[in-house]
Design a protein. Sequence first.
Length: 159
Amino acid sequence: MGCLTCQILQGDLIPPGGIFYRDQDFLICHTLDVNILGYMIVSPVRHIQSYDELSSKEAEKLGLHIHILTRFLKTKIHDIEKTYICSFNEETHHLHFHVFPRYPWMLSSENIHTDGKIDAAKIFSQMRKTYKVGINEEMKNKIYLLAEQFKVFLSEYKD
Ligand SMILES: [Zn+2]
């Protein structure tokens, strides 16, 4: 089975909303199959499998991409309370970072606490399981709009 990220980079797989951003080193897309608006994936263009394989320059750029992306999400989607950032590379081995928006409605799910505290890993896991149902048409339209907004946001971005 081919690498999904490489398939996107080769144009063989179109993520919902299309490619949000791509340069010679990095790719930003919406998640392919989880019906949660603004759940984004940031990947290096190179097919590498772990964070330590990035060059220092790539690592710096990656930090900036994630920073700008989280700022964008917070600005455009007002009910995002927090953004989780994580990288596991178990299902897809091509190094990637999940930029995962935590919405208030997620907190009403069962089994998201450990010792009475919010457990981010549980929320992440549970939401992915519950909403990994494919992207519906309504969501596709929202993601497409989000991609357009991101392009404008980037072109006007100031630190
Ligand atoms: Zn790959």
